[in-house]
Design a protein around this ligand. Structure first.
Ligand code: ZN
Length: 330
């Protein structure tokens, strides 16, 4: 087997939410991400698919949600899942975030130290565990902050890491090495389950660079407040195909490439049950809307556009939060 092109890191993370308006309000206004795409779940066009990202929708910055409505049961975070999704924020910004969480009534915990970094754990309104991690953002950082609700010196700058909770970490750790991650250390923490510690795997980064592995026995259950899947960057079709072959040679069963309109995807369930995706960097969220207008309209990919009237009638109405500017008061 030839080695695949190493992945630079996480591409996007997709989660399950309940109420679409509450999901929009939290991720756009409270956390300050940009709604870069408002679309539908292609497997169930009566529900939305929201994509929140940096100002340009760069790879490694998009957190996406299926808000399945009030009837979807609450999930349970457990083994076989991404248990934590962490975002990069600029050094020194956690005071700002704690003040903001007080103001908005966000459920957050005390800061913790991990691998020499400061981490602020919180939960979104669906109970999804999130973390903000202070990092030194380089001047040439590939992410572009969105500053409608949160100032530049505090704005989220893409993913930091995901934490996998796994009943048997060894085969997954071997898979991560095949994908181009290198082991970067192990640290015990009272905040993690089990006593095997947390092992960090690092890709080339700098965005979405880390996957942390924690041994956890108790199984999870899919539902709102849980992660549906994590996607890793395979920038080109050739990168993706080489990674697909490498994954298949491990005995896993990756799908053929599927066109997701803003990127092209391959899916497979890894050894411990976590759904992984390999996603290309293009065509990108600005391939069907101008960069300035991202998220402004409901985008219906492919043949769904022919059914726009019917689809729009089935979707609940939502309002995208907009910052009130001084001009608007004039
Ligand atoms: Zn995906």
């Amino acid at each position: 087997m030839t080695n695949p092109t190493p992945t630079p890191g996480i591409h996007h993370v997709t989660c399950i939410a309940s109420d679409p308006q509450r999901n929009l309000d939290f991720w756009v206004e409270t956390l300050g991400l940009r709604l870069v795409k408002r679309s539908i779940n292609q497997d169930d066009p009566s529900t939305y698919h929201f994509f929140f990202a940096d100002a340009e929708g760069n790879p490694g910055t998009s957190m996406t949600f299926f808000p399945w409505g009030a009837d979807v049961p609450r999930g349970k975070v457990g083994s076989g899942q991404v248990s934590r999704t962490a975002f990069r924020v600029p050094e020194g910004s956690l005071d700002y975030w704690e003040d903001r969480f007080e103001e908005y009534g966000v459920d957050y915990d005390d800061r913790i130290e991990r691998f020499g970094e400061t981490v602020l754990p919180l939960r979104d309104p669906d109970g999804l565990p999130i973390e903000l991690v202070e990092v030194e953002v380089p001047a040439d950082d590939p992410t572009v902050p969105w500053t409608e609700f949160v100032p530049e010196d505090a704005a989220i700058r893409g993913f930091h890491s995901v934490t996998l909770w796994l009943a048997d970490p060894d085969p997954t750790e071997d898979l991560l090495r095949t994908m181009g991650f290198e082991e970067a250390g192990t640290e015990a923490s009272e905040h993690d389950p089990g006593d095997g510690g947390r092992t960090r795997f690092a890709a080339s980064g700098p965005v979405g660079q880390y996957v942390d592995v924690v041994s956890a026995i108790e199984g999870g259950r899919q539902g709102h407040g849980t992660v549906h899947h994590v996607a890793f960057q395979t920038p080109t079709d050739a990168d993706q195909e080489s990674m697909r072959r490498a994954v298949a040679s491990k005995g896993l069963r990756p799908t053929q490439q599927i066109d997701r309109h803003w990127f092209r995807s391959v899916y497979f369930r890894e050894f411990a049950g976590v759904l992984f995706e390999l996603a290309t960097n293009g065509p990108g969220y600005d391939s069907d809307e101008p960069l300035d207008d991202l998220g402004g309209r409901l985008v219906l990919p492919g043949t769904f556009e022919d059914r726009r009237e019917e689809i729009e009638a089935d979707l609940v109405d939502v309002t995208i939060p907009r910052a009130e500017t001084a001009e608007a008061d004039d």
